[in-house]
Ligand binder design. Structure first.
Ligand code: 1CP
Length: 344
């Protein structure tokens, strides 16, 4: 197990060719994903159909031989398991019943109850553990409490963190109670994922960049630290990747403050900056800009090599700065992987 390239990077080993995987590697840019999603009926049915969720997780592994497979699920399944309604508007994205009052937070289902809804997710991991090639690392994940809370409070995503900031300002007690409930439930959810076969956990804080000042400490660093400490106490040696997206200077010291084994960086910071300030502390994952997989050409090859070279002196997992987009060309993904494995 410790021979897997991803696990070696997470232990701090510097490798001549970094391991590589991609956020949203199972997704709409792949025709085989679109076919399986159609077979499932819709996105949520796909998430809860363990056989088909395992199938779409495996598709990019078969096609490209990535070094990691990430469980096919969504960060919004946890609030759904806590009792809040979730649906997807075609062409628009996720929608949720809003959660903004003390009564609604108090009415969330208890932690023990989440496993009933989430059982198919654990089953997906069990299938993957059996089906994955021996060299492929299986990554489980959850959203960080702040990011999940932004969706629960606004009832939707994208540019909608304003509601969460407002609740934080106007009803601090309710906001903190929600963050606390999500922190506890996330520990239970991720722990069950590890028991079902996840070898690495990634915590997605996609909207961490909208937190400023003391809020970064209180709502990004502290919940992550609590989750990581609890997971490592229950599962000694479990590696954790943290992704406080667009944290900027907040990336510095994030691993030390949270206990993460790797910090994933987005492409608003340069690889040189991240190598100097973050990789000197810990393994870094990232950070090719996803648009290169749409536009391709010489720029794709040059930028891929640039990222590989900039991170070549420390532990590195090659990835994008954010998820691959549906309009990406699958052939460009192969060109990117070839450029990484040719040694930058
Ligand atoms: O139509 C489709 O097929 C749905 C597109 C899609 C996919 C492929 C969504 C809807 N979720 C997913 C899968 C998913 N989501 C994975 C699976 C593994 C993989 O990476 O291949 C993971 C890890 C996520 C995590 C996720 N969901 C995040 C964190 C990462 C990130 O992108 O910042 C977030 C913010 C979500 C919410 C969500 N789910 C889906 C969409 C389009 C969004 C974001 C939309 C918004 O903010 O409005």
């Amino acid at each position: 197990m410790s021979e897997k390239k991803i696990l070696r990077a997470l232990r701090g080993e510097v490798q001549p060719v970094p391991p590589v995987w991609m956020m949203r590697q199972a997704g709409r840019y792949l025709p085989e994903y679109r076919a399986t999603r159609a077979e499932a009926g819709d996105f949520l049915r796909l998430c809860y159909n363990s056989e088909l969720a395992a199938e779409v997780t495996l598709q990019p592994i078969r096609r490209y031989g990535f070094d990691a497979a990430i469980l096919f699920a969504d960060i919004l399944l946890l609030p759904q398991a806590l009792g809040r309604e979730l649906w997807f508007e075609t062409g628009e994205g996720p929608r949720m019943e809003t959660t903004t009052s003390a009564a609604e937070v108090a009415g969330l289902r208890p932690d023990e109850a989440i496993h009933e809804t989430l059982a198919p997710v654990y089953q997906t991991l069990r299938i993957l553990k059996r089906e994955l090639p021996a060299e492929t690392t299986l990554i489980g994940f959850a959203g960080a409490p702040w990011t999940v809370a932004t969706y629960m409070i606004a009832g939707r995503g994208k540019e909608e963190q304003a509601g969460a900031h407002r609740l934080k300002r106007e009803d601090r007690a309710t906001f903190e109670a929600l963050i606390d409930r999500l922190t506890g439930a996330t520990i239970e959810y991720l722990s069950a994922q590890v028991e079902a076969g996840a070898e690495v956990i990634k915590l997605f804080d996609s909207w961490a960049g909208s937190l400023k000042g003391q809020d970064v400490q209180d709502f990004a660093v502290k919940p992550a630290a609590k989750i990581i400490a609890a997971l490592k106490a229950r599962h000694p040696g479990l590696p954790v990747i943290a992704f406080p997206r667009e944290a900027g200077a907040g990336y510095i010291g994030f691993a030390g403050a949270t206990g993460a084994d790797c910090v994933a960086v987005d492409n608003s910071v340069s690889p040189e900056w991240a190598a100097e300030h973050v990789q000197k502390e810990i393994c870094v994952q990232g950070n090719l800009a996803p648009h290169h997989l749409v536009t391709g050409g010489e720029d794709l090859i040059r930028e891929t090599r640039h990222v590989v070279r900039a991170f070549s002196k420390g532990p590195h997992i090659f990835n994008l700065g954010h998820g691959i987009t549906p309009d990406a060309d699958p052939d460009n993904v192969q060109r990117m992987i070839d450029a990484v494995r040719e040694g930058g």
